[in-house]
Design a protein around this ligand. Structure first.
Ligand code: FAD
Ligand code: 2HG
Ligand code: ZN
Length: 515
């Protein structure tokens, strides 16, 4: 893969790890949480896509906020580069080292701190696996406001750091709405000041609401663990961290608003003859299913084929007629007969109007999960099919599928081009599958895909983040002016961005000297 990693140089101002460093980490974390075992390092150095590979010699597993603090403080003083890692399911090469960064994996911080049944507020450590939180909440009669195919491995700290979207965003919104606060560690190498302290120096930061605590500087804890729904006292700093991909600090704890589990869930797997019908169906679903609509996902016939051909035990729930598109609609509500009636009336109407060519409504929980398996299984099926070029785009829904078609025309028989994703959120997952990575094919895809997205005023990263893959492509989605403003703000607040040091250029695309 002709990736950025092959074109960049390690920043020489970083130190190389030595024997004393390792001993120091052992003294803080204990021998067994300082990993040098070759197999474990190999997997921590390699990303989920097996596309990005670092050469870190050290994996650290802190068990408390205090340990994270001590580790970062030491790395700061020794100028050792670090990369925060959650479940390592990220798809843009952000969770693994580029060179020899120390990996700080949060998996050992996996405790649930508290849960308030009245407010639905869950406070937990960053290393909690999403699926474990889902199970815990299920027993309490609640659900997580986000759901994604990687739930068995990804961690809530990783979700917050990537601002993961997923399958329920259409109903519950993004994590900017559900995360009430979190605790983080400053990993800055310059300035040695926490963002909170520094912002306080330059700007007015009004007193925090009860429950939020700021611990300043030198890797000390900044506690923004708000558990309030409403709090308009000054700037809401946590929003800077949601989606910052570990570039500002390490998230150690999260408090999140969880919705109650509702009793009636219905799922339909539908076929549409063309993309226009999918779009029209989405409009109708929003209008007619309204408050009960909880997911609206789509996949093209090529995506379904891939899943059926590569995943064991998955079958098409519809009779084997070829349809061009498939849509998965989920409703969640509190009145079984009313919700079902509402969905059935909607389906009947859409069928009569010609928007749906065929469809099936899940009859039980097993059938419902088999529908979800089809949709959630696409990334796994792509991995089994060979090499994959992945693009996660926000685009106007009317134009979205044109890109898939144009890409097919461009690449001809040299690649399989598939389109699927979160149609309800205007998020296309364009994937290009080839037997192996090939620079000639890559040159046909990039920068075309980014230019196309930019021309249609879309985003080159809807939900996966920038990572290493797209760190230098941010200009396709953000103007120079907005980037400079963000950069200047961060510099004034002396909150140097970790990635500016870890990677050759920061997200803003400028080196410090340029600004
Ligand atoms: P990692 O992959 O370990 O890390 C991701 C980034 O966050 C890295 O930059 C890392 O440095 C940083 N990071 C991790 N933990 C912390 C922390 N505690 N503090 C600071 N920085 C941290 N994404 C979506 O948005 N929607 C989807 O529907 C979706 N589906 C997926 C399905 C599959 C099968 C897979 C493999 C991935 C999917 N993803 C999806 C992508 C991925 O972003 C999410 O899986 C998840 O949010 C990443 O969490 P993680 O714990 O694995 O983080
Ligand atoms: C999904 O929605 C994930 O399944 C992965 O975001 C998307 O494979 C992809 O491109
Ligand atoms: Zn997705």
């Amino acid at each position: 893969y002709g990736s950025l990693a092959t074109k960049i140089q390690r920043n020489p101002s970083f130190s190389a790890l030595n024997f004393d460093d390792v001993n120091y980490f052992k003294s803080i974390l204990g021998e067994k949480n300082v990993i040098q075992d070759a197999d474990k390092l190999l997997s921590a150095n390699t990303d989920w896509l097996r596309k990005y590979k670092g050469s870190s010699q050290l994996l650290l597993l802190p068990r408390s906020t205090e340990e994270v603090s001590q580790v970062l403080k030491y790395c700061n003083s020794r100028c050792l580069a670090v990369v925060p890692q959650g479940g390592n399911t990220g798809l843009v090469g952000g969770s693994v080292p580029v060179f020899d960064e120390v990996i700080i994996n949060m998996g050992s911080m996996n405790n649930i701190t508290s849960f308030d049944k009245v407010s639905g507020i869950l406070v937990c450590e960053a290393g909690c696996i999403l699926e474990n939180l889902v199970s815990f909440l299920d027993s309490e009669g609640f659900i997580m406001p986000l759901d994604l195919g990687a739930k068995g491995s990804c961690q809530i700290g990783g979700n917050v750091s990537t601002n993961a979207g997923g399958l329920r965003l259409v109903r519950y919104g993004s994590l900017h709405g559900s995360v009430l606060g979190f605790e983080w560690k400053n990993q800055s190498h310059l300035g040695f000041q926490s963002l909170f302290a520094a912002v306080g120096e330059n700007l007015v930061l009004l007193p925090a609401a009860p429950g939020i605590e700021a611990v300043l500087a030198n890797g000390d804890v900044l506690d923004m663990l708000g558990t309030l729904r409403k709090d308009n006292t000054g700037y809401d700093l946590k929003h800077l961290f949601i989606g910052s991909e570990g570039s500002l600090g390490i998230v150690t704890k999260v408090s999140i608003l969880t919705p109650p589990k509702l009793s009636s869930v219905n799922i339909a797997f539908l076929a549409c003859k063309d993309y226009f019908s999918c779009r029209k169906l989405l409009l109708e679903a929003k209008r007619r299913l309204g408050e009960v609509l909880s997911a609206f996902e789509f996949l093209d016939n090529e995506s379904l084929d891939l899943v059926l051909n590569h995943l064991e035990g998955v079958r098409n729930p519809l009779p084997p007629t070829m349809h061009n598109f498939y849509v998965l609609i989920e409703t969640t509500g509190s009145d079984e007969s009313y919700d079902k009636e509402k969905l059935e009336a909607f389906l009947l109407r859409s069928m009569e109007g010609g928007l749906i060519s065929d469809g099936v409504l899940a009859q039980d929980i097993n059938q419902a999960s088999s529908f979800w398996r089809i949709r959630e299984g696409v990334p796994e099926a792509l991995m089994k099919a060979g090499a994959v070029y992945k693009y996660d785009l926000s685009l106007p829904v009317e134009k979205m599928y044109n890109l898939v078609e144009e890409m097919r025309t461009r690449l001809g028989n040299s690649a399989k081009v598939i389109g699927y994703g979160h149609l309800g959120d205007g998020n296309l997952h364009l994937n290009i599958s080839t037997p192996q990575y090939d620079d000639m094919i890559l040159a046909q895809i990039e920068p075309f895909v980014y230019e196309w997205t930019s021309k249609h005023r879309g985003s080159i990263s809807a939900e996966h983040g920038l990572g290493l893959m797209k760190a230098n492509e941010i200009f396709y989605s953000k103007s120079h002016r907005s980037l400079i403003s963000a950069r200047v703000f961060l510099m004034q607040s002396k909150a140097e961005i970790g990635s500016a040091l870890r990677w050759p250029t920061s997200w803003s695309g400028f080196t410090l000297e340029q600004v």
